[in-house]
Design a protein around this ligand. Sequence first.
Ligand SMILES: NC(=O)c1ccc[n+]([C@@H]2O[C@H](COP(=O)([O-])OP(=O)(O)OC[C@H]3O[C@@H](n4cnc5c(N)ncnc54)[C@H](OP(=O)(O)O)[C@@H]3O)[C@@H](O)[C@H]2O)c1
Length: 333
Amino acid sequence: MVVTRKWIYVKPFEGLPKDENFKLEEEVLPEPADNEFLAEAEFLSVDPYMRPYMASYPVGSLMIGGQVAKITASRNDSFPVGSYVFGNFGWRTHTIVNPDKNSGDSKPYLLPSFGRHPRSLGVGVLGMPGNTAYFGFLELCRPKEGETVVVSGAAGAVGSVVGQIAKIKGCRVVGIAGSDEKCEWLRKLGFDATINYRKVGQDGFGAALKEAAPKGVDCYFDNVGGYISAAVLGQMNLYGRISVCGTISNYNDARVQVSDPQREFVFKQLCQEGFIVTRWTKRWMEGIVQNLRWIEEGKLSYQETITEGFEQMPKAFVSMLTGGNTGKAVVKV
Ligand SMILES: NC(=O)c1ccc[n+]([C@@H]2O[C@H](COP(=O)([O-])OP(=O)(O)OC[C@H]3O[C@@H](n4cnc5c(N)ncnc54)[C@H](OP(=O)(O)O)[C@@H]3O)[C@@H](O)[C@H]2O)c1
């Protein structure tokens, strides 16, 4: 008999998530039926999107999310016992999965071999966040050698990879992050300049950006929105490209921080496009293979902030939303 533990969304979020929003429950699972397998979570992801997305789920829903899991029982030849899988199974330790019932971008897939690197990268640089950086930056910013690229949320799972890919492409890279330690790490990764936005504050941000990007900004990869993005927009060069990946500055606080930015788009003839990474589901393995190749070549580094214990999921989630992570935030069961 297998008992799964699972985190249920029991109260709508208001502001920053709190303990009262979550409840840990147990459920007895049946044996896998024909075509099904049993997946035992090893690493679970906590991601910013869970905060805005859960708002559209009814109370009582399982918390959504991806995980790397081991297959411990199977009646599906394509998912044999002992192999590892990535799946969007939610915040739960054990899951009975029928892969054919999941469609399109939420289909589970066998984890490719990461060589000497940890399987946890399957929820990080060799999974959704890495692919968000790879496709969202290269396809929408279309960086050219010598250009200036600014990345907000730069020391996180997505941003740290974007900045390093920009360096691989020969760009000058400016990273914006929330602490001196994070900025120091970014410079070690090869970022040319960094801004600790918490230190310079909203009033000092424009001047700090001018100093960090004296030739203006050609590409902006935006993870945060709000006043940081308004200031970057004001320093974009003619024909600049902006990839809007996320707006974490307003996930827990919906107050409007900035005024209408449209005139920048007109007079600088900017191109801005938002995206969801599942747009590139058909090319998913291309991103993983290329990011792994860059890791092997020593051109792409990763860091993880790992929290031990499934019961710590809410704590790890809130810590990530408030900047407690450097690189990818992961929970080890
Ligand atoms: N479009 C897509 O398909 C897609 C896919 C994945 C992720 N995303 C988005 O990409 C962004 C980054 O995701 P991630 O997984 O890489 O998370 P992450 O950057 O690893 O973690 C979140 C980080 O956001 C920063 N942050 C929190 N509040 C902030 C604020 N008010 N202003 C500026 N920064 C703030 C914190 O770092 P500091 O210490 O620097 O503040 C925190 O560490 C999120 O907006 C997410 O929604 C989009």
